[in-house]
Design a protein around this ligand. Structure first.
Ligand SMILES: Cc1ncc(COP(=O)(O)O)c(C=O)c1O
Length: 360
């Protein structure tokens, strides 16, 4: 079994502290607190007996829904059992000798690159520059080191930074190498400005991956998709896609949730409003530096040596509040932590807990 290196393992907490999983305020997993679309859940409940039916092996309706949602050609869409699987399959397909990652970033890219023996280069994002990416620096690193794959997480986890489409286009045009763009958190921003899904239709070097785990709050169903117009990638990854690789419950929810406009608007507005509130509240704590974020999560640095993220995490745990200690991210240290946006009530409890810890 894969060990958890990501957000909290709620089941482990349950075993260790006897917490009820439902009572834990999990600020570490970046999942939309509103939960899945009610319309999708209702459809699922009404059709639970479909457990005895094989899903459509062509996933025609699901692909049509994703196509309507992303404006991508259904033939340019690949389905995956979670984004993590699509990331793995694409990295194995490209099989780069040398790959470039922005650091810090989500850990699974490097894990997969290590498995196939790629040399991994890190473009170290500097916290003095709020972790922003310099397009010129990236192009130079790619060209100097003959990089064969560049990964952009947009917005980036855990820094919350983003590259706009014009900047990405500049990198793509200057380097002409495969670029994996992980848009797991793109719905928390203005997709019309930042998403590269339309760019993927015209440039075969672009491979966009999208998750349903975070914005649509469905990590349990393991549904992700990718968009590319690269026919070789589509053929190869399509051929390797397991027959009935998406289970019928994921298929059902996918057929409903992408077009639930009220749900999408409510989620977006809740996250923006609460994120602004939390950033303003934590900025008043003298010991903290709070970084701006385009995601549904916020990275924070404890500025002085008075405490570590681990100590803050442990202080909050008995209150059933779980934050992400970011010390195991490359290019961060024991003084960085990340939290995501939950319900108004839970967010207020986190602010209160942080204030108490820092004596405010
Ligand atoms: C940037 C990024 N990509 C992908 C994933 C995993 O997504 P999925 O649940 O679709 O495999 C995560 C999960 O934390 C993530 O942060």
């Amino acid at each position: 079994m894969k060990k958890d290196k990501h957000g909290v393992n709620l089941f482990e907490l349950q075993r260790k502290y006897n917490f009820d999983v439902d009572e834990v305020m999990d600020f570490s997993s970046n999942v939309n607190p509103i939960g899945p679309s009610k319309k999708a859940l209702q459809y699922l409940r009404e059709n639970l007996d479909q457990a005895s039916v094989y899903p459509d092996p062509e996933y025609v309706d699901l692909l049509k829904e994703i196509s309507n949602y992303t404006h991508a050609n259904p033939e340019h869409i690949l389905l995956g059992s979670g984004t993590t699987n699509l990331i793995k399959d694409f990295i194995h397909y490209v099989n780069p000798k040398r790959a470039l990652l922005n650091s810090p970033c989500y850990s699974e890219y490097e894990n997969e690159l290590n498995l196939i023996g790629s040399e991994v280069f890190h473009y170290n994002l500097d916290y003095h520059r709020n972790f922003t990416v310099s397009v010129d620096e990236v192009i130079e690193i790619i060209q100097k080191n003959s990089i064969e794959l560049y990964v952009i997480t947009n917005p980036n986890n855990p820094t919350g930074t983003i590259l706009n489409r014009v900047d990405i286009e500049r990198i793509v045009e200057a380097t002409n190498i495969p670029i994996l763009i992980d848009e797991t958190y793109i719905e928390f921003t203005d997709r019309s400005v930042y998403s590269c899904s339309a760019f993927a239709a015209t440039n075969p070097n672009i491979f966009v991956v999208r998750s349903t785990s975070k914005f649509f709050a469905t990590p349990g169903i393991r549904l992700g998709y990718a968009i590319t117009s690269n026919q070789k990638v589509l053929d190869s990854m399509g051929k390797n896609f397991s027959l009935w690789g998406i289970n019928i419950f994921a298929e059902m929810m996918g057929k409903v949730m992408f077009s639930d406009e009220t749900y999408k608007a409510v989620t977006y507005n809740h996250i923006q409003r609460e994120k602004d509130k939390m950033i303003s509240a934590l900025e008043t704590v003298e010991q903290l530096k709070v970084f701006p974020s385009y995601g549904n999560f916020v990275l924070v640095k404890i500025k002085d040596r008075s405490a570590t993220a681990k100590e803050l995490r442990e202080f909050l745990l008995p209150r059933k509040i779980v934050i992400r200690d970011c010390s195991n991210f490359k290019n961060l240290d024991e003084r960085f932590f990340r939290f995501c946006i939950l319900s108004k009530e839970a967010n207020d409890l986190l602010i209160q807990g942080v204030y108490e810890f820092f004596g405010k």
